[in-house]
Design a protein around this ligand. Structure first.
Ligand SMILES: [Zn+2]
Ligand SMILES: [Zn+2]
Length: 364
């Protein structure tokens, strides 16, 4: 192997790589290889492959700078059979055959052997099953089920936040209640109505429930009861369930009075400044994660219950509206003199789920 260039760095001797990575250095590429730099763009990430040229021995096993003694291939030790270093860097500037980079942990004079464009697809191991693997995975909730089993509430809340859009105390309480119920019932969910979640509120709480239980608005495993209580029952199809009701409804007001006042101003009265809104968001996030640490019994009244689980969602023949021609789920049609119509064409009354809960919308 021949070098293609050399590293210019202010480090003449190796210091700890975490520190070196904070500094900039310059890759000076030999003229004969300069053409190979074409297409590099400032801001992109690169893999720099270099030679630990001052080290000529290696150790297959031994103590390491960080962690337990282990094999060389389980470490980033420079004492390796082929003396190769591989480090990802950011390209800050490009000037002819010189590349200014940040993040290289190689000392001054290090021979560069290769430079490769860093690819998220190729160089980053995707352990996040929700992404690429999700498409090939028959059961997309595998990761969530694992988090529930491990009681990793923090990760569950992080993920629930993606659905909910923000972190707040009630989405956190929903995550906590749902994970607890799933663990107690020892059930998993593939979103095929194996379990149901009965929520008694359509607040932030319900999004924590939907994410963790997999019982959602769309898969018919979420049952909404318009009671206006922060409570949920998770049940198996035979009706065996656990209900959690937020008994300590003052938990936020009592422990975080400042956040409550902010909430009042920013959300209830819609009267907060941008700065206050930002402060509330930060505070909420902090509270959300702190609530995960509370013993569940200090928050919720927990009871074993038996509930009537409705039948599976019916699959029936669709109907068509004689007026607008749009397709209607069977049972939702309005029949007048043998003709089927849709609700809006007939201006019939209907139920609407919105911020107020279920509202009967009436035209007459
Ligand atoms: Zn919320
Ligand atoms: Zn119609």
């Amino acid at each position: 192997m021949e070098k293609i260039g050399i590293v210019k760095s202010e480090f003449e001797k190796p210091v700890n790589p975490e520190k070196m990575k904070e500094y900039e250095s310059t890759l000076v590429i030999d003229e004969e290889y300069a053409r190979g730099l074409e297409g590099l763009e400032v801001g992109q990430s690169l893999q720099v492959i270099f030679n630990f040229h001052l080290i000529d021995d290696y150790k297959l096993f031994g103590p390491k700078r960080i962690g337990e003694p282990r094999g060389v291939f389980a470490s980033r030790s420079p004492k390796r059979p082929n003396g190769l270093g591989v480090t990802a860097v950011e390209l800050l500037a490009k000037d002819g055959n010189q590349l200014r980079v940040k993040g290289l942990d190689a000392i001054d004079g290090t021979p560069i052997l290769d430079i490769k464009s860093y690819s998220k697809l190729m160089d980053q191991v995707d352990t996040d099953t929700d992404h690429h693997q999700g498409h090939h995975q028959a059961q997309p909730r595998t990761e969530i089920e694992k988090l529930i089993e491990d009681n990793d509430l923090e990760k569950l809340l992080l993920k629930a936040g993606e659905l909910h859009g923000h972190f707040c105390p009630f989405v956190s309480l929903g995550v906590k209640a749902a994970a607890y119920a799933m663990q107690e019932l020892d059930v998993s969910s593939q979103g095929m109505e194996e379990i149901v979640a009965v929520v008694e509120t359509n607040s932030c709480f319900s999004d924590g429930i939907q994410y963790v239980t997999g019982c959602t608005f769309g898969n018919n495993a979420l049952i909404y009861r318009d009671y206006g209580k922060t409570a949920v029952t998770v049940a198996t199809r035979d009706g065996t369930g656990i209900r959690l009701y937020l008994e300590n409804y003052n938990v936020v007001d009592e422990n975080y009075p400042e956040a409550s006042q902010l909430f009042d101003k920013v959300i209830a009265q819609r009267n907060g400044s941008a700065e206050e809104e930002e402060r509330l968001n930060k505070k909420w996030q902090q509270i959300a994660f702190e609530l995960l640490e509370y013993p569940i019994e200090e928050l919720f009244k927990i009871e074993e219950v038996e509930i009537d689980v409705p039948d599976y969602a019916p699959i029936k023949e669709d109907k068509f509206c004689s007026e607008c021609g749009e397709k209607i789920m069977a049972g939702k049609e309005v029949t007048i003199e043998g003709e089927d119509y849709c609700v809006p064409c007939m201006e019939s009354n209907y139920l609407q789920l919105d911020g107020r809960g279920l509202e009967l919308i009436g035209h007459v």
